[in-house]
Design a protein around this ligand. Structure first.
Ligand code: UD1
Ligand code: CA
Length: 440
């Protein structure tokens, strides 16, 4: 028959504690590549349904706030986690809007809507179960099949030794006729080793009533469940692979991709080269640039520039036609056509074309109370180890001598040499007077 193009309700189970994460943060809010786990699920399920129901319970307000800040039109349903704990208890207060309900665990963030759609299309019974055949089925519920029919699902904690050898597992994805779901949820009992109401028990109940259950294989790459921080790291790596592959296929080179961390929100335009150990966060845009080893870029715009090695570009920076070198930190600054090769801090500054920033130059932007701006014009040469105490404005065509401290609001005319350096004193034979002849 195939169930396609019909309205379905979606229930995302997100009320659990996630004990195995050993965390104050609810499991479904743990992030992968900067995005909370349950957000991935909501983003993908929204593509296939307009009735998304999030089951909340443990730290319900936190989960609700995180999702409401990002998505609209979600229904939140609160589970009575004290009296009805477990994935079956989760659905007691849920009233489906449509005739079919897709249930998905909130801890499977690798899902993609295409695969959900394929699953739905393959469904052909009143109860349909997504399963995976795993080399290592540990911790999953095992699917018990007899005479080619699914009989029940047994959780790891309730499984006998021989059941533990079964490698067909429940993925936590179900498509069920809403009416049946509502009926069976009420019949669940918590007579098991965890004293929880298991959603999975509806399989056995339905089977006894003569229902037959469809088993549809789904891939581990999309339905891996996350229960501890090792699984979190594994899943994060899968998401990073998807992000990095997309970037490479769009024409940017990534060296040693496994060492590179790039959030999905980062945009790459044109041809870029990204070396090992680079991290790029937020709404950064990278256009025709070379990002060298160990560089960190946060929420910034980089165009036609070379950054690094080991540079730190902090939020709200715009770097165009520039060369930013070793150990340079840039924050909330606009650099156009600038060279800053070594060991500088450039914060709250605006620096114009053909200006050279020597090694160790620092914009002292903070006076202990407020932040101030540094403006440097075109074609300025700032000698090494210069401190510019903001607010300060250096016009075009100026040289600042190495080792200078430029006080705030210093008036500088175009064409000047500015230098503030103590005179060199040479005191002959001082060494020998001080140490005598026997120092060495
Ligand atoms: C569950 C399944 C198991 C399946 C596995 C797939 C049950 C009983 N077991 O086991 O068969 O192989 O998922 O990943 O369903 N949750 C609630 N309320 C609760 C408890 C949990 O909403 O009271 C939510 C959790 O937030 C989580 C999801 O349900 O997102 C799954 O719960 P979890 O405890 O991780 O179940 P598993 O032991 O992994
Ligand atoms: Ca789980």
């Amino acid at each position: 028959m195939g169930i396609i193009n019909i309205d379905i309700s979606v229930a995302v189970l997100s009320a659990g504690m996630g004990t195995r994460m050993k965390s104050e943060t609810p499991k479904v809010l743990h992030s992968l590549v900067g995005v909370p786990m349950v957000h991935y699920i909501v983003r993908e399920t929204k593509k296939i349904s307009n009735d998304i129901n999030i089951i909340i319970g443990h730290k319900a307000d936190e989960v609700k706030k995180s999702l409401s800040d990002e998505f609209s039109e979600l229904n939140f349903i609160t589970q009575d986690i004290v009296n009805f704990s477990g994935t079956g208890g989760a659905l007691r207060n849920f009233i489906p809007k449509y005739n079919w309900t897709l249930i998905i665990n909130g801890d499977t963030p690798l899902i993609i809507s295409d695969e959900l759609q394929n699953f739905i299309t393959s469904c052909n019974k009143n109860i349909n179960l997504g399963v995976m055949a795993l080399k290592n089925p540990k911790n999953y519920g095992r699917v018990i099949i007899n005479n080619n029919e699914v009989e029940k699902i047994v959780e790891e904690k309730d499984a006998s030794e021989s059941e533990k050898n079964i490698n067909l597992v429940n993925s936590g994805l179900y498509l069920i006729k809403s009416e049946l779901l509502t009926n069976y949820i009420k019949l669940l009992k918590n007579e098991n080793n965890q004293l929880e109401y298991y959603l999975t028990d509806i399989i056995e109940l339905a089977k006894k009533d003569g229902e037959s259950i469809a088993v549809i294989e789904v891939s581990e790459k999309s339905f891996k469940g996350i229960n501890n921080r090792i699984e979190l790291a594994d899943a994060e790596n899968i998401i990073l692979d998807r992000i990095r592959e997309k970037i490479m296929l769009n024409g940017s080179t990534i060296h040693l991709p496994n060492t590179v961390y790039i959030e999905n929100s980062v945009e790459f335009i044109g041809e870029n080269e990204i070396e090992s150990g680079v991290s790029i966060y937020g709404n950064s845009k990278i256009i025709n640039s070379h990002i060298k080893s160990g560089t960190i870029i946060e929420n910034s715009y980089i165009e036609n520039s070379t950054i690094g090695v080991m540079a730190h570009v902090r939020p709200d920076s715009k770097i165009i036609d520039s060369k930013i070198g070793n150990f340079v930190e840039v924050k909330k600054s606009k650099l156009t056509g600038v060279k800053a090769g070594h060991l500088s801090y450039l914060g709250d500054s605006e620096i114009d074309r053909d200006t050279n920033i020597g090694a160790g130059v620092i914009t002292a932007n903070y006076d202990g109370k407020d932040k101030h701006k540094t403006r440097i014009g075109k074609n300025v040469f700032i000698g090494s180890d210069t401190q510019l105490i903001a607010p300060v404005n250096i016009p075009d065509n100026v040289i600042i001598g190495a080792g200078s401290t430029i006080p705030s609001k210093t008036e500088v005319e175009t064409g000047s040499l500015v230098i503030s350096r103590g005179n060199v004193r040479i005191i002959k034979n001082f060494f020998f007077k001080f140490f005598g002849n026997s120092k060495h």
